[in-house]
Design a protein around this ligand. Structure first.
Ligand code: HEC
Length: 216
C-alpha cells in the first residue's frame, strides 16, 4: 500500500478538529465577556441608571448616519435627583412592572415583543407628552388610565392595566433610561424632539378623525 498523504491521514483531521474546537471555544468566551460589557448599565452604549437625572438629547452623527443619544444637562425625573442606587431600584421596579403587566404582548421594547402597539424604546421622547414640565406627569396619567386617551393616530387604544401610581412612575423611569441607550439608530424612523423648545402640552381629547374602536 502506498504511503498515506499527510492531509488524508486520520491523525491530521483529529488534531484539526481539536484545534478548531479549542479556538472556537476561546472566541466564544471572549465574545460572551464582550457582550456582557456592552449591555451592562454604565457602559458607553448603555448609560448608568442615574442618567434619569439628566435630559436625554439626541444629535445627528454624520459618520454613523443616524441620531445618537447624548446625556444633556441635569433634569431630574419628577424633580428629584436620585443616587445611582435609588435610580437603579426605580428603573428595576419599572422593568418588573413592564414584565408583570406584559407590555410586550402589544409593544416592542428594543425591538422585542409584539407589533400591535408602538415600539417603546424611545417613547419617552414622543412629542405628544408635551413640554418637559408636564411630560412625566402626562406619562404617569396615561399609564394609569390610557383608556380614555387617544395618544397618537394609530387608531388603537391601550387598555387600563391596573397600574398604580408608584408602578407608573417607575415605568416612566424605565422608559426614560431606555431612551438613553445607543441602539445604533433603532427605531429607524425615530425623530428627536427639540427639547429646548418642546411643544405645548398634549390635550387628552381623542382625535375625532381617527375612528378608533370603542373602548372595551
Ligand atoms: C393590549 C395591548 C397593550 C398592552 C398590554 C400595553 N399597551 Fe401600551 N399601548 C397600546 C396601544 C394600542 C397604544 C397606542 C394608543 C394610543 O395611541 O392612544 C399604546 C400606547 C402606549 C404608549 C404611548 C407610546 C408613545 O409612543 O407615545 C406607552 C408609553 C405605552 N403604551 C406603554 C405601555 C406599557 C408601559 C405597558 C405595560 C405596562 C403597555 N403599554 C401595555 C396597547 C397596549
Amino acid at each position: 500500500m502506498a504511503q498515506e498523504i499527510w492531509w488524508a491521514s486520520t491523525s491530521f483531521w483529529r488534531k484539526s478538529a481539536i484545534w478548531v474546537t479549542g479556538f472556537s471555544f476561546v472566541v466564544l468566551i471572549f465574545l460572551t465577556f464582550d457582550t456582557v460589557k456592552q449591555i451592562t448599565a454604565g457602559s458607553p452604549r448603555v448609560p448608568a441608571y442615574s442618567v434619569i437625572n439628566n435630559r436625554i438629547d439626541y444629535v445627528f452623527d454624520a459618520k454613523r448616519n443616524f441620531q445618537v443619544p447624548v446625556i444633556g444637562p441635569e433634569e431630574p425625573l419628577f424633580g428629584k435627583k436620585l443616587t445611582e442606587e435609588e435610580a437603579e431600584a426605580l428603573v428595576s421596579h419599572g422593568k418588573l412592572t413592564t414584565q408583570a403587566k406584559n407590555c410586550m404582548d402589544c409593544h416592542t421594547l428594543l425591538g422585542n415583543g409584539a407589533y400591535y402597539a408602538p415600539d417603546l424604546t424611545k417613547a419617552w421622547l414622543d412629542p405628544s407628552w408635551g413640554s418637559k414640565e408636564v411630560r412625566e406627569q402626562s406619562m404617569v396619567e396615561f399609564l394609569m388610565d390610557p383608556s380614555d386617551k387617544l395618544h397618537n393616530s394609530i387608531g388603537r387604544r391601550m387598555p387600563k392595566l391596573g397600574i398604580t401610581e408608584e408602578e407608573a412612575k417607575a415605568t416612566v423611569a424605565f422608559l426614560k433610561w431606555m431612551s438613553s441607550i445607543d441602539t445604533n439608530g433603532f427605531p429607524a424612523n425615530f425623530k428627536p424632539i427639540d427639547q429646548a423648545d418642546a411643544p405645548a402640552p398634549a390635550t387628552a381629547e381623542p382625535a375625532a378623525e381617527v375612528g378608533a374602536a370603542p373602548v372595551q
